[in-house]
Design a protein around this ligand. Structure first.
Ligand code: NAD
Length: 240
């Protein structure tokens, strides 16, 4: 049996599939990842991206934070790709219970997925740090310098920066979904950002599949490892 046939068999035999993904899921939509071959970490900035996307940097260098954020993190024209679409189709067919994502781009929902745990928040939500008024992503994109609320407060994207904690409700929902899954597909993630990456350890079944272009620390534990594109791979899966 080919790896694709093995994947299809596992999907056919499962009814509580959970997908756990990261930035690699959106590279085929034109959004660069961090650690892939064309990732942001291979480009040169005045500060390393981890430092710019940290809570400390946000507090101390706000104008530079927003310059990088608007330029590299806000990809509002991006469209879902074959991976996002297939996952939405699997949910619609009653075979997939949840998508747990480290991405902040909102593309799973744009493709039609309903039960999405956004571990690191979303660029689509922004709020005033002083009065909590909500703002859309377009507002941030069209602002210049530090985006400011009508009350004078600073507007912060609802994304989890390095040094910040994850939302407890999102975290426990993701743990619950993964713990009760009968198949876990992990894809497009280097599994190097914690605590998010540790969530895959809550899966206890025997259908753990990894689909990634490069090796991950979980490859040795997986029941099936497919080295390749997540979009191409999921596109070939029949939903039945
Ligand atoms: P990462 O950049 O560390 O790793 C991405 C992984 O995906 C790499 O191993 C790469 O080889 C693989 N990959 C890239 N394109 C692929 C494809 N088409 N098919 C299969 N594999 C592919 O990403 P991460 O593990 O998600 O961690 C980075 C952090 O950065 C996350 O916390 C996330 O919040 C954030 N991030 C999000 C976005 C987004 O929202 N689209 C983009 C960049 C970074």
């Amino acid at each position: 049996m080919t790896k694709l046939e093995q994947l299809q068999k596992m999907v056919d035999e499962s009814s509580r599939i959970v997908f756990f993904g990261g930035a690699g899921v959106s590279t085929e939509s034109g959004i660069p990842d961090f650690r892939g071959v064309d990732g942001l970490y291979r480009q040169r900035y005045k500060y390393p991206p981890e430092e710019i996307l940290s809570h400390t940097f946000f507090q101390t260098h706000r104008a530079e934070f927003f310059e990088f954020y608007r330029d590299k993190m806000l990809c509002l024209d991006a469209q879902p790709n074959a991976a996002h679409r297939k996952l939405a189709e699997l949910e619609q067919a009653g075979k997939l219970t949840a998508v747990v994502t480290q991405n902040i781009d909102g593309l799973h929902q744009k493709a039609g997925s309903k039960n999405v745990f956004e571990l690191h928040g979303s660029v689509l939500r922004n709020y005033c740090l002083r009065c909590r008024k909500q703002y859309g992503a377009e507002f941030i994109l069209n602002s210049s310098g530090i985006p400011t609320c009508t009350c004078g407060g600073v507007i912060k994207p609802d994304v989890v920066l390095y040094e910040e904690g994850l939302n407890q409700g999102t975290l426990s929902g993701a743990v619950e979904a993964i713990s009760s899954a009968d198949m876990l597909i992990v894809g497009g993630t280097s599994l190097s950002v914690y605590p998010a990456a540790g969530l895959v350890n809550y899966y206890r079944g025997d259908r753990l599949v990894l689909i990634n272009k490069t090796a991950t620390p979980l490859d040795g534990n997986a029941d099936l490892v497919i080295s390749g594109s997540i979009g191409d791979t999921l596109d070939r899966i029949a939903v039945r």
